[in-house]
Design a protein around this ligand. Structure first.
Ligand code: SF4
Ligand code: SF4
Length: 342
């Protein structure tokens, strides 16, 4: 297999960045996220990023088009989707799986999002297989093998001294060709697999939740949640966005889309003032019903990849694994519900 010593990683990224924008996990102090790598920037590979890799394909803020209003005329100039060649380096198997869900949303059912598609088409994905999962990881419960890179162009792993690269597609082979002068033929040992402590059982849950919209479980389950939205912003599968106008002088301006969260009160607030999800209870219920019932009904998969970000970052310890386990135990005929969330 192709391998490099860890000392050569910066040289590899430098070589790739001659023909591509290399997006890699970079920690600049507050939260690690996928950013454009430049010489001198430190890569963070020892743990998963705080901000998921969805931000490469579906950025937190993205300009869509410019507009100009002159008397009765409206002129719209669409922003061309970004066509630059990307290398997405170091994406973990859970975030990789989340791209399948974003693909379902942005590329199927008769609608293709050109901004998302351009970035997906132009990306070569180098996935980093996990050696040491975190205590909040439960990806295996969602059918993900954290030492496989399904859907990536290259699978990469690290034995503590060297990185090994295995091309899985033609695009991957071509990318490895670009660093042929830096690699050597040598086997790199895949780190020993560890058993994940956290497990979630979602079997049959979508069907059960379809009958639980009015269940009293929700009357207390939401109580801890303060509606900060961190869980949705940091979730690799959450994909809601808002569209904003930015008016300049003389009738010109531009529109952007930015991440939104169903945990915010104004997410469903309508122009006339009506809000179908007026309290935290409805918003909390929506988050779980969407992930565990509605997305599986529509696309045949749970909208969670078990990355554990929402567990580790929730300021009040709302834990999706605990919620799944409680939901599994709820008696749908029990109208008293459960007293509280553990
Ligand atoms: S991170 Fe926790 S407190 Fe914040 S909205 Fe999500 S569940 Fe609620
Ligand atoms: S719901 Fe939580 S654990 Fe599941 S993918 Fe989203 S952030 Fe990760």
């Amino acid at each position: 297999m192709k391998s490099i010593n860890k000392q050569k990683l910066a040289e590899v990224l430098k070589q790739w960045s001659k023909g591509h924008a290399v997006m890699a996990p970079i920690d600049e102090g507050s939260a690690a996220s996928f950013k454009k790598w430049e010489e001198g920037k430190e890569i963070q590979l020892d743990k998963n990023t705080t901000i998921p890799a969805k931000s490469v394909f579906f950025p937190q803020t993205e300009e869509l088009y410019e507009y100009k209003v002159e008397k009765d005329n409206l002129e719209i100039v669409e922003c061309a989707p970004i066509e630059e060649e990307l290398v997405v380096f170091g994406i973990r198997p859970c975030d990789l799986k989340s791209l399948e869900m974003l693909d379902d949303l942005f590329l199927t059912r008769g609608y293709i999002d050109p901004y998302y598609k351009a970035k997906r088409d132009n990306a070569v994905i180098v996935s980093y297989l996990c050696g040491k999962p975190c205590r909040t990881c439960f990806c295996e419960s969602l059918g993900i093998d954290y030492q496989k890179a399904e859907g990536a162009d290259i699978a990469m792993y690290f034995d503590g001294e060297s990185f090994g690269f295995i091309a899985q597609t033609e695009k991957g082979e071509n990318l490895l060709q670009e660093i042929a002068s830096l690699t050597e033929e040598r086997d790199v040992k895949l780190p020993e697999k560890q058993e994940l402590k956290l497990k979630a059982d979602t079997e049959g849950l979508a069907e059960k939740l379809a009958a639980m919209f009015e269940h009293p479980y929700w009357d207390s389950a939401y109580e801890k949640c303060i509606g900060c939205g961190a869980c949705t912003y940091l979730c690799p599968t959450c994909h809601c966005f808002d569209i904003n106008s930015h008016n300049r002088a003389c009738g010109t301006g531009f529109k952007t889309r930015c991440w939104d969260s169903c945990m915010f009160p104004d997410y469903t607030l309508m122009a006339g003032g009506h809000n179908p999800r007026p309290t935290r209870k409805e918003r909390f219920r929506n988050r779980f019903l969407h992930k565990l019932q509605q997305f599986p009904e529509r696309y045949g998969k749970t909208a969670c990849v078990g990355c554990g970000r929402c567990i580790s970052k929730c300021p009040v310890n709302v834990d999706i694994v605990a919620i799944i386990s409680q939901l599994k135990e709820v008696d749908i005929n029990d109208q008293q519900g459960m007293d509280r969330v553990g």
